[in-house]
Every structure is written in structure tokens, then in C-alpha cells.
Design a protein around this ligand. Structure first.
Ligand code: F6P
Length: 363
């Protein structure tokens, strides 16, 4: 095992709260070992473009307020096209697979990197690990996604903050809903997973949570609202995960046909036609923002410390995970065999929601 002198760190895929905390923790952990850290900009693009786009990281880069901010100080990329690169000056360039491998290999050699820490989804890790193998350097992955459906881990960076943001939004919407005796339909991110919608519905005291994993009926939803009215509740919070389908089996998309948006309007229109005083709210990218909550800061820091330990032990191609209350690690190839983890319809959160009388479907 050659001795590590310098490592790289990058963020890849959609941003979320806690990424700067993870970058900070990687930097502080590496400095503790006497290693240098280079932050690569715009996911792997920073290593592909010429001149390369990176910065040497030191403790002073994390003076207030950077580590406490959402987003990623290194920039990221989720364009879906790994061949299309953005240079530091904003101009673009498209490369072939072979050119990408060559640029990556030359880039890590020129920067003197022995390893790369990838803070991203499993898709990003799979792609970067291919380049790292070709370049002969180690890679460790740290999972992040506000959707919390990353394979192999009970928690990913960003989820706990997103859950707090949605809870806070529900608290705010509750006051206006109560004042107007309205039904507020609130659309929550999560792509094909309902973790965020379900858990925020519990913490935000919602009446309904519709999630992609559990079939619902429009009649079931209406019955729940009428039952609330009969029991003296004059307003309601209806949380809908952006990835649910209409009863006709259709997803609602906006923009490019692959971004979920608009299912709350569909639900609100139906309710309005049935005489409910209703408004729809799409919370959108605000859910990815804000200062990371303590839980995300601790998770990101713990993941980073384990990643540095793994590199110090000479490990390669591992993903740091949080399982059964402990930080652990698993081979990336094993992680890639596991499917994304949706809400378990028989799981604890579903039982809690049902125990509270929240309508979540299946009748
Ligand atoms: O995967 C994270 C996520 O925020 C999803 O919940 C959402 O559907 C998607 O990303 C939005 O992606 P974009 O930032 O490309 O609009």
C-alpha cells in the first residue's frame, strides 16, 4: 500500500443539506492524518476539464458560515449526461468515454491524488469507481440523498434536514389552513420514494399522506377528510409525495418530462370539484436547502471519519453506510446489487401513521 499524501473530495448528483459538513469533516479528518485535500469542482467535471477546476482545502475554508450552509461549496452536476462537461468559465465541452478516462487519469496524476471520496448517490459512485480503477487510485463513497432511498443504508445525508424543512412548512401551512377552514394539499419531493412525505406527515401532524409505495383511492382520501369534518376538524393537511400516480396510473411531470411536479394540483382540483375549500402547494427545491440539522451534521461527520479511516487502512471501493444504529461500510459492488430502498408498507413508520389515523391508502 503506497502512503497517502493527498486525497480528492467531490460532490455529485442533486445537492442537499449536509454536503458542506461532509466536505469539512473529510478535510479536518485528512488534515489530522497529515494528508492534503483537494476539493474537485462540479462533480468529476473538475478533473475532466482543462484547465482543471479544483481548490486546495484547508481549515480556513470552513470558517463561519460555510459549513453551516446548505448546497455544496464544490458545486455538483446531475445533468444525466456524464459526457457533457462545464468548464470554470461556464463554457461546455463534450468528450467520449475514452477521452474521459484519459483526462481523469492524467488529472489525478497531475494533482498527485491517491484516493477520491465521492459524496453522492450509488449511480455516481459506480461511474466514478470505473474511472478510479482505470487511474489506479482508491475510491470511498458517502451516500447522500434527501429522498433517503439509497441502497444499503438506513440514513443518507440530507434526509433529516429535508424532513425538518417539510415539517416547518406544514406548521406554517397549518395556521393559514386553520384560519380559512381549508384543505392544504402539500406536494413533497422524494422521486419514487415516500420516506420524506410519510415521516414529515407524522411530524407535521398531517391528516393524509399519499406515497408511491402504497396504493390509495380518491374515495379513501375524501372519506378521511369527511370523517375529520364530522369530528370537528375544519381544516386538513394532505401530504402527497411527488411520485404518486393519479388513479388512472399517470405521473405528473413538469419541464423536461422527467421532473415530477403537479400532482398536488390534480388532487386539489378533484377536491375543489367535490366542494372542498382547497389550495395546492408545491414545496419544491426549498426542501433541499437550509442549514443542516444536528442529525445531518453528525451523520455527515461520522460518515467522513469512517471514510478517512478506511483510506488509512488501505481499503478501496467501499461505501460508508448507517445500519442498525451504527456507521459501517460495504463493498460498492455489493451495494450496487441492492435496489433502492422504498418505504416498507409493513414498516414501523406506516404503522405509526395508521395508528395516528393518517390516511395512507390501501382502501
Ligand atoms: O433526488 C433528489 C431530488 O430532490 C428528488 O426528490 C427530486 O425529484 C429531484 O431530485 C429533483 O431534481 P432536479 O434538481 O434535477 O430538479
Amino acid at each position: 500500500m503506497s502512503e497517502i499524501k493527498r486525497i480528492g473530495v467531490l460532490t455529485s448528483g442533486g445537492d442537499c443539506a449536509g454536503l458542506n459538513t461532509a466536505i469539512r469533516a473529510i478535510t479536518f479528518g485528512a488534515l489530522e492524518k497529515g494528508w492534503e485535500v483537494y476539493g474537485i469542482h462540479n462533480a468529476t467535471d473538475g478533473l475532466f476539464v482543462r484547465p482543471m477546476w479544483y481548490q486546495k482545502l484547508s481549515m480556513s475554508d470552513f470558517n463561519f458560515p460555510f459549513a453551516t450552509l446548505g448546497g455544496t461549496m464544490l458545486g455538483t452536476n446531475n445533468s444525466g449526461n456524464p459526457h457533457l462537461l462545464t468548464r470554470e468559465d461556464g463554457t461546455r465541452e463534450e468528450l467520449t468515454d475514452n477521452e474521459l478516462i484519459q483526462r481523469f487519469t492524467d488529472g489525478v496524476k497531475e494533482l498527485g491524488l491517491s484516493a477520491l471520496v465521492v459524496i453522492g448517490g450509488d449511480g455516481s459512485m459506480a461511474i466514478v469507481s470505473k474511472y478510479c480503477k482505470a487511474a489506479g487510485i482508491s475510491m470511498i463513497g458517502i451516500p447522500k440523498t434527501m429522498d433517503n432511498d439509497a441502497p444499503g443504508t438506513d440514513l443518507a445525508i440530507g434526509f433529516q434536514t429535508a424532513r425538518s424543512v417539510v415539517t416547518d412548512a406544514l406548521d406554517k401551512l397549518d395556521t393559514t389552513a386553520t384560519s380559512h377552514n381549508r384543505v392544504m394539499v402539500v406536494e413533497v419531493m422524494g422521486r419514487g420514494a415516500g420516506h420524506l412525505a410519510l415521516e414529515a406527515a407524522i411530524s407535521g401532524f398531517a391528516d393524509v399522506a399519499l406515497i408511491p409505495e402504497i396504493p390509495y383511492t380518491y374515495e379513501g382520501l375524501v372519506n378521511r377528510l369527511r370523517q375529520g369534518i364530522a369530528q370537528g376538524r375544519k381544516h386538513a393537511l394532505v401530504v402527497v409525495a411527488e411520485g404518486i400516480k393519479t388513479p388512472e396510473g399517470k405521473h405528473c411531470y413538469a419541464l423536461n418530462g422527467r421532473t415530477f411536479s403537479g400532482v398536488s394540483s390534480w388532487v386539489a382540483e378533484k377536491l375543489s370539484a367535490d366542494g372542498f375549500n382547497v389550495r395546492a402547494n408545491v414545496l419544491g427545491h426549498i426542501q433541499r436547502a437550509g442549514s443542516p440539522v444536528a442529525g445531518d451534521r453528525i451523520l455527515a461527520s461520522s460518515f467522513a471519519v469512517r471514510a478517512i479511516e478506511l483510506l488509512a487502512e488501505g481499503k478501496n471501493n467501499r461505501v460508508v453506510i448507517y445500519k442498525d444504529g451504527h456507521v459501517q461500510d460495504k463493498d460498492l459492488d455489493e451495494i450496487l446489487k441492492i435496489a433502492n430502498t422504498p418505504v416498507d408498507p409493513q414498516g414501523e413508520m406506516v404503522k405509526i401513521a395508521r395508528g395516528l389515523g393518517i390516511y395512507i391508502g390501501e382502501n
